[in-house]
Ligand binder design. Structure first.
Ligand code: ATP
Ligand code: MG
Length: 250
Protein backbone atom coordinates (compact mmCIF):
# COMPACT_ATOMS: atom_id res chain seq x y z
CA UNK A 1 0.00 0.00 0.00
CA UNK A 2 1.36 3.46 -0.88
CA UNK A 3 2.24 5.42 2.24
CA UNK A 4 -0.15 8.36 2.54
CA UNK A 5 0.82 11.11 4.99
CA UNK A 6 -1.85 11.51 7.70
CA UNK A 7 -1.86 15.27 7.32
CA UNK A 8 -2.68 15.10 3.61
CA UNK A 9 -5.88 17.11 3.03
CA UNK A 10 -7.33 14.24 1.00
CA UNK A 11 -6.14 11.52 3.38
CA UNK A 12 -9.43 9.60 3.73
CA UNK A 13 -10.17 9.68 0.04
CA UNK A 14 -6.66 8.44 -0.83
CA UNK A 15 -6.80 5.65 1.77
CA UNK A 16 -10.13 4.56 0.30
CA UNK A 17 -8.57 4.36 -3.19
CA UNK A 18 -5.72 2.27 -1.79
CA UNK A 19 -8.21 -0.12 -0.18
CA UNK A 20 -9.90 -0.64 -3.55
CA UNK A 21 -6.58 -1.13 -5.37
CA UNK A 22 -5.73 -3.77 -2.76
CA UNK A 23 -9.19 -5.27 -3.34
CA UNK A 24 -8.39 -5.65 -7.05
CA UNK A 25 -4.95 -7.12 -6.32
CA UNK A 26 -6.49 -9.61 -3.88
CA UNK A 27 -9.08 -10.67 -6.47
CA UNK A 28 -11.98 -9.25 -4.44
CA UNK A 29 -12.90 -6.13 -6.41
CA UNK A 30 -13.43 -6.02 -10.19
CA UNK A 31 -11.72 -3.49 -12.47
CA UNK A 32 -15.18 -2.14 -13.26
CA UNK A 33 -15.58 -1.54 -9.52
CA UNK A 34 -12.76 0.99 -9.66
CA UNK A 35 -14.61 2.96 -12.32
CA UNK A 36 -17.86 2.82 -10.35
CA UNK A 37 -15.98 4.20 -7.34
CA UNK A 38 -14.69 7.09 -9.45
CA UNK A 39 -18.24 8.08 -10.32
CA UNK A 40 -19.11 7.96 -6.64
CA UNK A 41 -16.11 10.11 -5.69
CA UNK A 42 -17.25 12.93 -7.97
CA UNK A 43 -20.58 13.10 -6.14
CA UNK A 44 -18.85 12.79 -2.77
CA UNK A 45 -16.73 15.84 -3.62
CA UNK A 46 -19.95 17.79 -4.13
CA UNK A 47 -21.26 16.57 -0.77
CA UNK A 48 -18.15 17.88 0.97
CA UNK A 49 -17.10 14.28 1.76
CA UNK A 50 -19.20 14.20 4.91
CA UNK A 51 -22.41 12.60 6.15
CA UNK A 52 -25.13 15.22 5.69
CA UNK A 53 -28.08 15.47 8.09
CA UNK A 54 -30.50 13.99 5.50
CA UNK A 55 -28.09 11.07 4.90
CA UNK A 56 -27.98 10.38 8.63
CA UNK A 57 -31.80 10.41 8.61
CA UNK A 58 -31.79 7.82 5.81
CA UNK A 59 -29.28 5.69 7.74
CA UNK A 60 -31.59 5.78 10.78
CA UNK A 61 -34.65 4.81 8.72
CA UNK A 62 -32.66 2.00 7.08
CA UNK A 63 -31.54 0.61 10.44
CA UNK A 64 -35.13 0.78 11.73
CA UNK A 65 -36.32 -1.20 8.68
CA UNK A 66 -33.60 -3.81 9.14
CA UNK A 67 -34.48 -4.19 12.85
CA UNK A 68 -38.19 -4.57 12.01
CA UNK A 69 -37.59 -7.09 9.21
CA UNK A 70 -38.60 -10.76 9.30
CA UNK A 71 -35.66 -11.90 7.16
CA UNK A 72 -33.18 -9.07 6.54
CA UNK A 73 -30.18 -9.65 4.30
CA UNK A 74 -27.03 -7.61 3.81
CA UNK A 75 -25.65 -8.07 0.31
CA UNK A 76 -21.90 -7.79 -0.30
CA UNK A 77 -20.24 -7.02 -3.64
CA UNK A 78 -16.56 -6.50 -4.48
CA UNK A 79 -16.45 -2.80 -3.57
CA UNK A 80 -18.34 -3.24 -0.31
CA UNK A 81 -16.05 -6.15 0.61
CA UNK A 82 -12.90 -4.08 0.01
CA UNK A 83 -14.21 -0.97 1.78
CA UNK A 84 -16.38 -2.17 4.64
CA UNK A 85 -16.30 -5.95 5.21
CA UNK A 86 -15.95 -5.81 9.04
CA UNK A 87 -18.71 -3.19 9.30
CA UNK A 88 -21.09 -5.13 7.03
CA UNK A 89 -20.63 -8.22 9.20
CA UNK A 90 -21.00 -6.17 12.41
CA UNK A 91 -24.21 -4.55 11.13
CA UNK A 92 -25.64 -7.93 10.12
CA UNK A 93 -24.95 -9.22 13.65
CA UNK A 94 -26.62 -6.21 15.29
CA UNK A 95 -29.81 -6.51 13.22
CA UNK A 96 -29.80 -10.31 12.96
CA UNK A 97 -29.40 -10.38 9.19
CA UNK A 98 -27.93 -12.87 6.77
CA UNK A 99 -24.92 -11.84 4.70
CA UNK A 100 -24.98 -12.78 1.00
CA UNK A 101 -22.27 -12.51 -1.63
CA UNK A 102 -23.94 -10.94 -4.65
CA UNK A 103 -21.79 -9.93 -7.62
CA UNK A 104 -22.59 -8.08 -10.82
CA UNK A 105 -19.41 -9.36 -12.49
CA UNK A 106 -19.70 -12.83 -11.00
CA UNK A 107 -16.83 -15.29 -11.18
CA UNK A 108 -16.65 -18.30 -8.86
CA UNK A 109 -13.11 -17.28 -7.94
CA UNK A 110 -14.19 -13.83 -6.73
CA UNK A 111 -17.18 -15.30 -4.90
CA UNK A 112 -14.80 -17.67 -3.08
CA UNK A 113 -12.40 -14.88 -2.12
CA UNK A 114 -15.13 -12.59 -0.82
CA UNK A 115 -16.69 -15.48 1.10
CA UNK A 116 -13.26 -16.16 2.65
CA UNK A 117 -12.90 -12.52 3.67
CA UNK A 118 -16.38 -12.55 5.25
CA UNK A 119 -15.56 -15.77 7.11
CA UNK A 120 -12.38 -14.20 8.47
CA UNK A 121 -14.64 -11.41 9.79
CA UNK A 122 -16.77 -13.93 11.64
CA UNK A 123 -19.78 -14.85 9.50
CA UNK A 124 -20.79 -17.73 7.23
CA UNK A 125 -22.03 -16.04 4.04
CA UNK A 126 -24.90 -17.07 1.79
CA UNK A 127 -24.78 -16.86 -2.00
CA UNK A 128 -21.78 -19.14 -2.56
CA UNK A 129 -24.06 -21.75 -4.16
CA UNK A 130 -27.10 -19.71 -5.24
CA UNK A 131 -30.14 -21.90 -5.98
CA UNK A 132 -32.73 -19.39 -7.21
CA UNK A 133 -33.05 -16.76 -9.96
CA UNK A 134 -34.51 -13.28 -9.50
CA UNK A 135 -37.23 -12.84 -12.16
CA UNK A 136 -36.57 -10.36 -14.96
CA UNK A 137 -32.76 -10.49 -14.94
CA UNK A 138 -30.32 -12.32 -17.19
CA UNK A 139 -29.00 -15.59 -15.74
CA UNK A 140 -25.70 -14.65 -14.07
CA UNK A 141 -27.01 -11.42 -12.59
CA UNK A 142 -30.17 -13.11 -11.35
CA UNK A 143 -28.50 -15.60 -8.97
CA UNK A 144 -29.68 -15.50 -5.36
CA UNK A 145 -29.96 -17.90 -2.46
CA UNK A 146 -33.30 -19.24 -1.27
CA UNK A 147 -32.48 -18.58 2.39
CA UNK A 148 -31.12 -15.11 1.65
CA UNK A 149 -31.93 -12.42 -0.90
CA UNK A 150 -34.59 -14.52 -2.69
CA UNK A 151 -36.86 -14.73 0.37
CA UNK A 152 -35.69 -11.61 2.23
CA UNK A 153 -38.22 -8.89 3.03
CA UNK A 154 -35.57 -6.19 3.53
CA UNK A 155 -32.28 -6.12 1.60
CA UNK A 156 -29.35 -3.77 2.09
CA UNK A 157 -27.50 -3.64 -1.23
CA UNK A 158 -24.76 -1.03 -1.16
CA UNK A 159 -23.81 0.19 -4.65
CA UNK A 160 -26.48 -1.89 -6.40
CA UNK A 161 -27.03 -1.64 -10.12
CA UNK A 162 -30.29 0.08 -11.13
CA UNK A 163 -31.69 -2.94 -12.94
CA UNK A 164 -31.25 -5.35 -10.06
CA UNK A 165 -32.55 -2.82 -7.60
CA UNK A 166 -35.72 -2.54 -9.67
CA UNK A 167 -36.08 -6.32 -9.94
CA UNK A 168 -35.85 -6.69 -6.15
CA UNK A 169 -38.42 -3.93 -5.60
CA UNK A 170 -40.72 -5.68 -8.13
CA UNK A 171 -40.49 -8.84 -5.97
CA UNK A 172 -42.05 -6.77 -3.16
CA UNK A 173 -38.90 -6.28 -1.11
CA UNK A 174 -37.84 -3.17 0.74
CA UNK A 175 -34.51 -2.25 -0.81
CA UNK A 176 -31.93 -0.07 0.91
CA UNK A 177 -29.05 1.21 -1.25
CA UNK A 178 -25.99 3.27 -0.44
CA UNK A 179 -25.35 5.39 -3.51
CA UNK A 180 -23.53 8.70 -3.77
CA UNK A 181 -25.32 9.50 -7.03
CA UNK A 182 -28.83 10.77 -6.20
CA UNK A 183 -29.65 10.76 -9.93
CA UNK A 184 -28.92 7.07 -10.57
CA UNK A 185 -31.69 4.60 -11.31
CA UNK A 186 -30.78 2.68 -8.15
CA UNK A 187 -31.20 5.82 -6.05
CA UNK A 188 -34.59 6.57 -7.62
CA UNK A 189 -35.93 3.02 -7.44
CA UNK A 190 -34.86 2.01 -3.93
CA UNK A 191 -37.12 2.20 -0.88
CA UNK A 192 -34.37 3.97 1.07
CA UNK A 193 -31.37 5.58 -0.62
CA UNK A 194 -28.48 6.59 1.59
CA UNK A 195 -26.57 9.29 -0.29
CA UNK A 196 -23.30 8.85 1.57
CA UNK A 197 -19.98 7.11 1.04
CA UNK A 198 -20.07 3.47 2.10
CA UNK A 199 -16.94 4.09 4.21
CA UNK A 200 -18.95 6.52 6.37
CA UNK A 201 -22.44 5.02 6.05
CA UNK A 202 -21.60 1.54 7.33
CA UNK A 203 -19.80 2.60 10.55
CA UNK A 204 -22.65 5.06 11.22
CA UNK A 205 -25.20 2.28 10.76
CA UNK A 206 -23.38 -0.11 13.11
CA UNK A 207 -23.44 2.56 15.82
CA UNK A 208 -27.12 3.37 15.15
CA UNK A 209 -28.05 -0.32 15.28
CA UNK A 210 -26.34 -0.70 18.67
CA UNK A 211 -28.34 2.26 19.98
CA UNK A 212 -31.66 1.46 18.30
CA UNK A 213 -31.96 -2.30 18.81
CA UNK A 214 -33.51 -1.81 22.25
CA UNK A 215 -36.21 0.57 20.96
CA UNK A 216 -39.82 -0.70 21.05
CA UNK A 217 -41.29 -1.71 17.66
CA UNK A 218 -43.77 1.21 17.45
CA UNK A 219 -40.86 3.60 17.87
CA UNK A 220 -38.95 1.85 15.05
CA UNK A 221 -42.08 1.87 12.90
CA UNK A 222 -42.36 5.62 13.39
CA UNK A 223 -38.75 6.16 12.30
CA UNK A 224 -39.09 3.88 9.24
CA UNK A 225 -42.55 5.19 8.29
CA UNK A 226 -41.52 8.84 8.50
CA UNK A 227 -38.94 8.45 5.74
CA UNK A 228 -39.56 9.69 2.21
CA UNK A 229 -37.01 8.71 -0.44
CA UNK A 230 -38.13 11.53 -2.74
CA UNK A 231 -37.53 14.12 0.00
CA UNK A 232 -34.17 12.57 0.90
CA UNK A 233 -32.95 12.60 -2.72
CA UNK A 234 -34.03 16.17 -3.17
CA UNK A 235 -32.20 17.15 0.06
CA UNK A 236 -29.04 15.44 -1.23
CA UNK A 237 -29.26 17.40 -4.49
CA UNK A 238 -29.78 20.62 -2.50
CA UNK A 239 -26.62 19.91 -0.48
CA UNK A 240 -24.64 19.37 -3.69
CA UNK A 241 -26.02 22.53 -5.31
CA UNK A 242 -25.14 24.50 -2.21
CA UNK A 243 -21.49 23.41 -2.58
CA UNK A 244 -21.52 24.58 -6.19
CA UNK A 245 -23.20 27.91 -5.32
CA UNK A 246 -20.85 28.71 -2.46
CA UNK A 247 -17.80 27.91 -4.62
CA UNK A 248 -19.03 30.39 -7.23
CA UNK A 249 -19.12 33.23 -4.70
CA UNK A 250 -15.44 32.85 -3.71
P1 ATP B 1 -27.81 3.10 -12.42
O1 ATP B 1 -28.48 4.30 -13.05
O2 ATP B 1 -27.98 1.81 -13.12
O3 ATP B 1 -28.17 2.97 -10.99
P2 ATP B 1 -25.16 3.68 -11.56
O4 ATP B 1 -24.78 5.09 -11.50
O5 ATP B 1 -25.57 3.05 -10.29
O6 ATP B 1 -26.26 3.45 -12.60
P3 ATP B 1 -23.01 1.84 -11.52
O7 ATP B 1 -21.96 1.54 -12.48
O8 ATP B 1 -23.84 0.73 -10.98
O9 ATP B 1 -23.97 2.88 -12.17
O10 ATP B 1 -22.33 2.71 -10.39
C1 ATP B 1 -22.27 2.39 -9.09
C2 ATP B 1 -22.82 3.49 -8.21
O11 ATP B 1 -22.19 3.37 -6.96
C3 ATP B 1 -22.55 4.92 -8.69
O12 ATP B 1 -23.79 5.58 -8.80
C4 ATP B 1 -21.72 5.58 -7.60
O13 ATP B 1 -22.21 6.85 -7.30
C5 ATP B 1 -21.91 4.65 -6.42
N1 ATP B 1 -20.70 4.50 -5.59
C6 ATP B 1 -19.47 4.13 -6.00
N2 ATP B 1 -18.61 4.08 -4.96
C7 ATP B 1 -19.33 4.42 -3.86
C8 ATP B 1 -19.01 4.52 -2.47
N3 ATP B 1 -17.79 4.30 -2.01
N4 ATP B 1 -20.00 4.87 -1.62
C9 ATP B 1 -21.25 5.10 -2.08
N5 ATP B 1 -21.61 5.02 -3.38
C10 ATP B 1 -20.66 4.68 -4.27
MG1 MG C 1 -26.66 2.28 -9.42
Amino acid sequence: MTDIPRDHPRYQSLVTREMLVKGVRDGITSMQGLIAHGRGEAFDYLLGEKTTAPALGAEKAAVAMLLLARNPVVSVNGNAAALAAPEMVALAKEVNAGVEVNLFHRTEERVGKIAGLLRSNGCEPLGVHPDRLIPGLSHDRAKASSEGIFTADVVLVPLEDGDRCEALVKMGKKVIVVDLNPLSRSARTATVTIVDNIVRALPNMVKLAEEMKSLPRPELEKIAGGFSNETALSAALDAMMETVQSSKQH
